[in-house]
Design a protein. Structure first.
Length: 550
């Protein structure tokens, strides 16, 4: 007789992981003081999703920076929210309150995906390394700071991660005794294809199936897996055929964008293959990286077939995301469950050596964050997501000053203090409309130095201070960290030298004529940008009563 589902460990892992994810899930949503989410991609994702019309079998949004599986799901969610909660005017525009409800629905679904990832990790571990190690592995995934935070965003990443690890699970099922190898190879291909249909890099997950096929000496199943992955990708992103020109345009743009970088965000940083080690360490914990990698190597030395599969996935995926100049935390999310399994393997081996309590204690210390990762870091970020955002605090401070001018070092966006409900409007509206928008704001009035040709404007233009002389100046870690980093490196490129000199000149003038009056985190330690979203360093400076400048 089968055990009731609610008595299974996988169910309680799911419930526990879900509960910790819904805490803070309302972070940065549109509200009475802002019309748009503080996450820069959520509004864009929704705009693309609304171009899909499932009832008309129209699944080609015309934009393919990602596959369209998650966007199709988001369109369905948005239709449900708008049907039951309203919020769309006669012109077809979604009101800010309704947009917030749609973002919330998308985030809650991602919380489900994140919780499912913890359960799936347990399922893999219980079939390969043992129950105790599986519990520890699931605990690491359930509480990993990067997975926790990204589960609370309305973005493609959690679904893509869940599907990629599902492909690994299918590959592991292929090597079990009496396994239906062909069936699981096909499922592995389907999951990899759907992952790619969410985020293109997910296709590399089919490599896990290839390794499993060679382990069981049934290479013919590789063809089934590849065909299944292609079919799943085409079904989830039909624009690759029906809108081929636009698809190739955006697909190639993503490839080139990855190679060229993401503006100044990652300039003067180590190569991606090194940078991602730091991402893994802060996204899970240092111990998870060290023990996880050590456990995988140990298992592979012991010729554990499952380790060959997940190890191959880790290697291929790591190489795939380390070939470019963009190094966001979200790129390495699928690698955290793999490292968690490595930690679980070590715990299980310690247990088998007769030191069960020591093994469990080690696992709990990793989950708890004895190295200031794990639960410690996850708890800190969760609290930050539940408290008022520092951009809102700075915005209220400046609004309360009423008839003052506030200087910004860059165009207003998600990084700016909430000095106006439209402060973080998407840049998809275009630079001309954006300038028209923020130059019309009053109480406070926003200033940014604009040359005669606005296209020639640049960040950290000292003329903001020397000529426009705003009453206040505000900027955040999103804006200053890349330039400060470039100012500190020794061997600068010509472009880095230019950027560094502008920043240095600006800060010299600022500290001479302005006093710092608001600082939400004097000991701020920068994180990679897509983790910094929820805890930026926000500064406000006030012009001195008696200024050194004439």
């Amino acid at each position: 007789m089968k055990e009731k589902f609610y008595k299974l460990p996988i169910f309680w892992i799911f419930v526990g992981a879900l509960l910790v994810r819904v805490l803070g899930v309302r972070w940065g949503l549109p509200n009475e003081i802002r019309n748009y989410s503080l996450h820069p991609d959520e509004q864009v994702n929704l705009l693309y999703a609304r171009q899909i019309i499932p009832t008309q079998l129209h699944f080609t949004p015309g934009a393919y920076n990602y596959g369209t599986l998650y966007l199709s799901l988001l369109r369905i969610l948005s239709d449900i929210v708008l049907t039951y909660a309203g919020g769309m005017d006669q012109a077809g525009n979604i009101a800010p309150a309704a947009m917030g409800q749609i973002h919330l629905a998308g985030r809650l679904v991602n919380c489900l995906f994140g919780a499912g990832l913890a359960s799936l990790t347990f399922a893999i571990g219980s079939r390969t390394i043992g129950k105790t190690g599986a519990w520890i592995s699931a605990g690491i995934v359930g509480i990993a700071p990067a997975l926790l935070v990204h589960s609370r965003f309305q973005t493609v990443d959690m679904l893509a991660t869940l599907l990629a690890i599902a492909a690994v699970y299918a590959a592991v099922r292929m090597i079990e005794p009496e396994a239906a190898v062909t069936k699981w190879a096909i499922w592995g291909g389907v999951f990899a294809g759907l992952s790619a249909g969410t985020k293109y890099v997910g296709l590399v997950a089919v490599g896990a199936v290839v390794v499993a096929a060679f382990i069981v000496k049934q290479p013919k199943t590789i063809l089934f897996a590849i065909l299944a992955s292609v079919a799943a990708f085409v079904i989830s992103t039909p624009g690759c055929i029906l809108d081929r020109e636009a698809f190739m345009r955006d697909f190639l743009f993503e490839l080139n964008h990855s190679k060229e970088g993401h503006g100044v965000v990652f300039m003067a940083t180590p190569p991606a293959f090194l940078y991602h080690i730091g991402n893994l360490s802060s996204g899970a914990s240092i111990l998870t990286v060290l023990l996880g990698f050590g456990g995988l190597v140990w298992a592979m030395v012991k010729k554990q077939p499952w380790a060959m599969i997940v190890g191959a996935f880790f290697l291929v995926y790591y190489v795939a995301v380390s070939g470019g100049q963009i190094k966001f935390m979200r790129y390495i999310l699928p690698l955290i469950p793999v490292l968690a399994l490595g930690v679980g393997y070590i715990v299980e081996r310690i247990k088998e050596s007769g030191k069960e309590k020591a093994g469990i204690a080690l696992g709990l210390l990793v989950i708890g964050g004895i190295d200031r990762g794990g639960l410690v870091q996850a708890g800190s970020l969760t609290v930050q997501m539940m408290l008022p955002d520092p951009r809102d605090i700075a915005g209220k401070y400046l609004i309360d000053k009423a008839n003052v001018t506030v200087g910004l070092v860059d165009d207003p966006w998600f990084w700016s203090p909430t000095v106006n409900p439209d402060a973080d409007v998407t840049r998809m509206i275009g630079p001309r409309r954006l300038i028209e928008l923020w130059t019309s704001w009053e109480k406070p009035k926003v200033l940014r130095y604009l040359p005669e040709d606005p296209r020639e404007r640049y960040e950290w233009d000292v003329r903001l201070l020397t000529e426009m002389k705003p009453d206040y100046v505000s900027f955040t870690s999103f804006e200053y960290v890349p330039f400060m980093r470039m100012a500190q490196v020794q061997n600068k490129t010509d472009l880095e030298s230019l950027y560094a000199s502008r920043y240095t000149e600006f800060m010299t003038e600022l500290t001479k004529d302005y006093d710092k009056v608001l600082d939400n985190d004097p000991f701020h330690a920068p994180m990679v940008e897509d983790m910094e979203y929820v805890r930026p360093h926000v500064l406000v400076w006030k012009r001195k009563t008696t200024s050194a400048s004439p």
